[in-house]
Design a protein around this ligand. Structure first.
Ligand SMILES: Cc1ncc(COP(=O)(O)O)c(C=O)c1O
Length: 480
């Protein structure tokens, strides 16, 4: 059989040439993104228009050129490296991290088990050890990587239920446990509620603990929420805290929540998907005070550690607990009992095959050093404070709440007339149409706010001043 075309597809010299051309293309893109020229952040095509732009059928035979294809991809993409990208919590990845991820894709040591990715498995262990140290956990702590904070929250809560429920839920199902319930901050990310739904507990068993005007969980209300839940026949097994919340970047009082959990024998879970990276910062680490008392915590590196999606650490105070989320045997994969096989991570993850995700964090940590990331966190959290001052000192803007992390919610008051909620939606739509900035919006305590996550280290206060000017210049004609 003729294998010429396969030899061609795997030819090292062709790869060298293609990859160099792609790197040139991406380097030019990076230069443009950070350059002084006006740039498109998010092209304003509707989904229908975008579908039309990409309507070519998948061909049976060669039909496109790599560089022209990728040029079109770059042009039509959302440009997270623009300093004017101040939207959702997705990083502008370090070029070095993207380079490592490129290497990981070719090596494809996608490790369900040690044999399939020996170095990858060790990198994962080293990074988790580094993280548990930063969080202040003792030597018993451990964990695994998984694909995103959503899956991370599910993985932690599955362990919590298996450990706290009266019967072995894994083998017998949840039915024998009555109404298992969980207390969560009113401001928790939707993935926590989704996890409860997926676990078959029923989202009615997600009990919301109110937050105050500062958007922090009212820890004093936990007692009443628990009593009320018990009076309604529910068995609460866990509390999920925010560190920090998605909408406003607010950290819950982890020590107060830990006190409550310890007193009542409840599992304490911390959703630190965004805010756990503050552990790197001497200046801002205090927001995480008490985190080492949590039974589990989720930490997304693709949010505040400058790496491409996805890489999430699920960390347990007691590493032994990490084996409780999934209690399955598969003889074709595993040789021994799960706890004797720490290196076969599939014992402990939803995924079987998992991407070689550690490399994109390991490489920049080793090359730039962890202090680089400390300075990044400090810079972005400082910038949020500077931006908040700018907003507060402008009589035509209102700040939702003093920022703790790098998320700032504010709104434009204009001349104070008309429907201010509609005004924010109108402004955001006009800004997206202008393609000049990308920001999002959030509904907070019944009011609509504009919301910025300051995540690109090349974003500075001058860009945020320009954003406020752009907002001021937006013609104020919202629909009533
Ligand atoms: C606090 C928090 N938890 C969980 C998630 C979900 O993380 P992922 O998008 O990685 O699934 C997010 C995403 O924004 C978040 O902000």
């Amino acid at each position: 059989m003729d294998d010429t075309e396969f030899k061609h597809a795997f030819d090292a010299e062709i790869f060298r040439e293609d990859a160099r051309a792609v790197v040139d293309l991406l380097a030019d893109y990076l230069q443009r993104s950070a350059g002084p020229d006006k740039r498109v952040v998010l092209p304003s095509y509707s989904p229908e228009e975008m579908a039309e732009r990409w309507n070519a059928p998948i061909p049976a035979t060669p039909s496109d050129d790599l560089i022209s294809l990728l040029t079109r991809v770059i042009n039509d993409s959302h440009h997270l490296h623009s300093p004017h990208y101040v939207g959702h919590q997705v990083s502008a990845p370090l070029p070095l991290s993207a380079t490592a991820d490129f290497a990981a894709s070719l090596l494809n040591n996608a490790s369900a088990v040690y044999d399939m990715g020996p170095v990858n498995v060790i990198h994962e262990r080293r990074i988790i050890e580094w993280m548990t140290g930063l969080l202040g956990y003792g030597p018993d702590a451990g964990g695994i990587f998984t694909s995103g904070g959503t899956l991370g929250n599910l993985t932690a809560l599955l362990a919590a239920r298996q450990i706290k429920a009266d019967v072995d839920v894994w083998s017998r199902g949840a039915a024998g446990n009555g109404s298992l319930a969980i207390l969560v901050s009113e401001q928790c990310h939707y993935s926590v509620r989704r996890a409860v739904g997926v676990m078959g507990l029923g989202t009615d068993n997600v009990i919301q603990v109110p937050t105050g005007s500062d958007y922090r969980m009212d820890a004093a209300a936990l007692e009443a929420c628990l009593s009320e839940a018990e009076a309604r026949g529910k068995t609460v097994f866990a509390v999920a805290a925010n560190a920090c919340s998605t909408a406003t970047g607010t950290y819950d009082d982890l020590n107060a929540i830990a006190d409550f959990c310890e007193e009542h024998g409840l599992w304490m879970h911390v959703d630190g998907a965004h805010g756990a990276s503050a552990a790197l910062s001497e200046k801002y680490r205090h927001f995480l005070s008490g985190v080492h008392r949590a039974d589990s915590i989720v930490w997304d590196a693709h949010k505040m550690l400058l790496v491409p999606a996805l890489i999430t650490a699920v960390i347990f105070k007691s590493n032994a607990d990490s084996y409780r989320s999934f209690s399955q045997k598969a003889s074709y994969l595993f040789e021994k009992e799960s706890e004797d096989e720490w290196y076969n991570y599939a014992h402990r993850t939803m995924e079987c095959t998992k991407t070689m995700m550690g490399l994109k964090l390991y490489v920049p940590l080793m090359i730039h050093g962890s202090d680089f990331f400390t300075r990044y966190i400090d810079r972005m959290y400082d910038l949020a404070r500077d931006f908040a001052v700018l907003v507060s000192e402008s009589s035509d803007f209102e700040l939702a709440v003093q920022p703790e992390a790098n998320i700032v919610c504010f709104r434009y008051l204009g001349d104070g007339s008309g429907n201010l909620d509609e005004l924010q939606k109108w402004i955001r739509a006009r800004i997206l149409e202008s393609e000049d900035f990308y920001l999002v919006q959030a509904d907070l305590q019944g009011k609509t706010f504009l919301r910025c996550t300051l995540i690109n280290p090349l974003t500075g206060i001058e860009h945020l001043k320009a954003l406020l000017e752009l907002i001021r210049e937006t013609p104020s004609e919202p629909a009533e």
